[in-house]
Design a protein. Structure first.
Length: 277
């Protein structure tokens, strides 16, 4: 995994080797029931590439076969069979195929206004091991029904299954009440100088054990997850208050505005001032 090169622009490239099917809310209004903008399944090959600078909603994808690269948390990460990747709204994310591999994945993109609690938030995993087939089968079923009889009740059935699976992917770690409790407390006191040692002590294990739990259930190290919570809160403060960047940096736990601005741009794709504008 490598750090992002920040000179990215909004991009949509498919190429001759890419095939995909999608359904959008303009054609199927039932999608809007769950604020789904569109969903689909993609078989991507080089030069397939997507860059979304400020998407309006959550994104959920599960790799069914092959391998690709996805930009999350300001880092390029691998997407392979049996891995779900998630991105919150209004945060830079990007995807590209790699040579020698046909990358098959099912995906759902939501449309969530800023006043709505998104499906994927900083509390969700960013990358987690997941069943490779379920979402692919659900969207395949929806595709078959939409391409055939288009029975409204069956279309509704498939959409409910798709949204239900996305919700399950976005909140798997909440079955662990202790882990949920630790991060819930952190989220309510982001200005505190949280250390790995303090977080592990709250969970009741060693630092290394806590790191393994977070990597398994969240796809992030504890300190990466702490940063994600801080960045999300900073986004909310930038859009809902007139507080200075220096003040927001301190409120969410960064030592100064310079460190905060660098971290914010790496995760979100633009500076705090640019994001607010």
């Amino acid at each position: 995994m490598t750090d992002i090169h920040l000179d990215l622009t909004e991009t949509t490239v498919d190429g001759r080797g890419t095939r995909h099917w999608s359904l959008n809310s303009a054609d199927c209004p039932d999608l809007a029931t769950h604020r789904i903008r569109h969903l689909g399944m993609t078989e991507a090959a080089v030069p397939y590439r997507r860059v979304r600078l400020r998407p309006g909603g959550s994104f959920v994808m599960v790799c069914h076969a092959g391998r690709g690269q996805i930009l999350l948390d300001g880092r390029w990460q691998s997407s392979e069979k049996g891995v779900a990747c998630l991105a919150p709204p209004r945060v830079l994310n990007a995807f590209h195929a790699v040579r020698g591999s046909h990358w098959h994945f099912a995906w759902i993109r939501y449309e969530e206004p800023e006043h709505v609690r998104p499906l994927v938030s900083a509390a969700s995993p960013v990358r987690v091991r997941w069943d490779a087939d379920t979402l692919w089968r659900i969207i395949s079923g929806l595709r078959a029904e939409w391409s055939g009889a288009k029975d409204p009740k069956l279309v509704h059935h498939w959409l409910e299954l798709a949204h239900g699976e996305a919700r399950r992917i976005a909140q798997p770690w909440r079955v662990d009440d202790r882990l949920w409790g630790v991060w819930d407390q952190v989220a309510h006191d982001l200005g505190f100088n949280w250390t790995l040692e303090a977080l592990a002590a709250k969970y009741g294990v060693s630092k290394e054990q806590f790191r393994r739990v977070c990597l398994r259930d969240l796809g992030r190290s504890p300190m990466q997850h702490l940063a994600s919570l801080r960045i999300e809160q900073a986004q909310q403060l930038l859009t809902s208050t007139q507080d200075k960047v220096e003040s927001i940096a301190l409120q969410v736990g960064f030592e100064n505005a310079s460190v905060f601005s660098r971290a914010f741009k790496r995760w979100v794709g633009r500076s705090p001032k640019g994001y607010r504008a």
